[in-house]
Design a protein around this ligand. Structure first.
Ligand code: RP5
Length: 166
């Protein structure tokens, strides 16, 4: 397990089908992960307090997933200097563009590292890479994962060449 924990905060339990993939990836990498439902709009005081105490509570990175007018990542980032990664969640309207723009368009001074709409796995990997700056064992697990990915892609290319050229 990692020395620092990852926090995965979602604005609603309706975000869980996407967020679940993020939590699963972090845990597969051996990152100690806590997942919570907290909303910038519905529980602003709880979200603020979580962010303000996150560093002293052992977290090294915060992931925030929210849809619609997605202010959660920005609200957490406003209350912590831990790195915050935003996952814009696609909801029933606007295909997630609303959440993408709400998450990515932060004003200067309060950064949020925004991944793609529903980009749960990349959020987990980016969080792990941040924690791996101070954790060589986690960095080695990430390197191994990259090597597996490279081998899998080379194998797919070989299979395509065989199909096309015999
Ligand atoms: C956001 O509003 C949540 O992150 C969710 O993506 C969206 C809808 O929430 P529910 O109405 O499903 O609770 O705050």
């Amino acid at each position: 397990m990692t020395a620092k924990k990852a926090a995965v905060i979602m604005g609603s339990d309706s975000d869980w089908p996407v967020v679940e993939k993020c939590v699963k990836q972090l845990r597969e990498l051996g990152v100690e992960t806590e997942a919570r439902v907290m909303s910038a709009h519905r529980t602003p005081e709880q979200a603020r307090e979580f962010a303000r105490s996150a560093r002293e509570n052992g977290f090294g990175v915060i992931i925030a997933a929210a849809g619609k007018a997605a202010h959660l990542a920005g609200a957490l980032a406003a209350n912590s200097t831990l790195p915050v990664i935003g996952i814009p969640i696609k909801s029933s309207t606007l295909d997630g563009l609303d959440a993408l723009l709400s998450t990515v368009q932060m004003p200067s001074g309060i950064p949020v590292a925004t991944v793609a709409i529903d980009g749960a796995q990349n959020a987990a990997l980016l969080a792990a890479q941040i924690l791996a700056v101070a954790d060589g064992e986690l960095a080695a697990r990430l390197d191994a994962m990259r090597e597996e990915m490279t081998a899998a892609t080379i194998a797919k290319d070989a299979a395509l060449q065989k199909k096309l050229n015999g």
